[in-house]
Design a protein around this ligand. Structure first.
Ligand code: A2R
Length: 307
């Protein structure tokens, strides 16, 4: 079986490559020119915004399954670079769906969306896939547009596209532009004496649903095998934790005495106070999370410590 990962050089991509190799897939991976991907896979340079290159690649590989991870994936950057975000997340998705329609219509495609799509809805209970999304930032809107486009390609052309709304995921190798990796990175550099013993933080009041990236890639493989075309699946832990509590867990794992400093520049223009996934739909396919937040945070801290 041939699996193609688009955007394989990112955080999730590395873990997905390993997980697919472990179950004997023939793995094809795309990256933008400047990145690195470890051996054992067929690597292609691809800019998803270049339609003729996307067509050429899909036509050449004709994958059994495509994992579409490529994105401008930062909410913060989406405020700063809205055009670039829309170009990659929306035009890129159209290019992929068109290329699949024209050159490999029997490929299954897993399209990664985001919990950010839900926006500011009533979070008294866990949010399920029936809730009407109300995106509150540019990144979220581009991800919802990608999902709606996927629905149209399923209905109009009978393509086999499955969509996710993935909640926050964390783990070793995540970029420190994301909150947990940022805290771990700061603590590790304080421990190495590279930094004054002060950690700068943004909004600590929000509650988020965090999953370990290794659980997330297992979910993606299950969805590509058993998910239904045109359906959206939440991928999350089903639990929330306050950012303040995560910070306390990380600080408790360090011997250093660290002061906390709140930096207004780290706050987002609009932030959702709390979000928790209802994961009953994906659980029916046989997946559930296995790695605790504590274990995930501890591994991430060790990664930044260089252990
Ligand atoms: O921006 P880079 O150099 O880090 O490359 C990113 C890549 N990418 C592209 N690939 C092809 N054509 C493009 N025009 C293009 N623009 C960006 O997609 C990066 O290697 C990859 C996305 O990886 P991350 O940003 O690390 O996302 P992560 O955490 O792996 O999340 C995977 C998916 C994304 O769709 C997120 O929006 C969603 O899960 O949460």
């Amino acid at each position: 079986m041939k699996a193609l990962i688009i955007g394989a050089a990112g955080f999730v991509g590395g873990y997905l490559i390993d997980a697919l190799k472990a179950v004997d897939f023939d793995v094809y991976a795309t990256k933008l020119k400047h990145e690195n991907i470890d051996g054992g896979v067929n690597v292609y340079n691809l800019d998803l915004t270049d339609f003729s290159d996307v067509c050429e690649l899909i036509n050449e590989i004709k994958p059994d399954v495509i994992y579409h991870l490529a994105a401008q994936s930062s909410v913060k950057l989406s405020w700063e670079k809205p055009q670039m975000t829309a170009n990659i997340n929306i035009l890129g998705a159209i290019n992929l769906f068109e290329a699949v329609r024209l050159h490999s219509p029997s490929s299954k495609v897993l399209v990664i969306g985001s919990s950010e799509e839900y926006g500011d809805i009533d979070y008294e209970c866990a949010v399920n896939e029936e809730c009407v999304p109300q995106p509150k930032n540019i990144y979220a809107l581009t991800k919802l547009t990608q999902e709606k486009l996927a629905e149209i390609y399923v209905r109009a052309y009978n393509l086999h596209i499955i969509m996710t709304r993935s909640f926050n995921h964390i783990g070793p190798r995540q970029s420190s532009q994301f909150v947990v990796a940022d805290f771990c990175n700061q603590v590790a550099s304080i421990e190495k004496g590279e930094h004054k013993p002060i950690i700068t933080v943004g909004n600590l009041d929000s509650y988020r649903d965090f999953s370990d990236v290794r659980d997330v890639v297992r979910a993606y493989i299950v969805l590509s095998e058993k998910g239904y075309a045109g359906e959206v699946y939440n991928v999350g832990s089903g639990e929330t934790i306050q950012i303040k509590e995560i910070l306390n867990i990380i600080l408790s794992m360090s011997e250093s005495k660290i002061e906390i400093s709140v930096d207004a520049a780290k706050f987002r223009p609009i932030d959702v106070p709390s979000i928790k996934a209802d994961i009953s739909k994906i659980k029916k396919l046989g997946w559930k999370p296995e790695i605790s937040v504590k274990k995930s945070v501890s591994d991430t801290l060790d990664y930044f410590r260089g252990i």
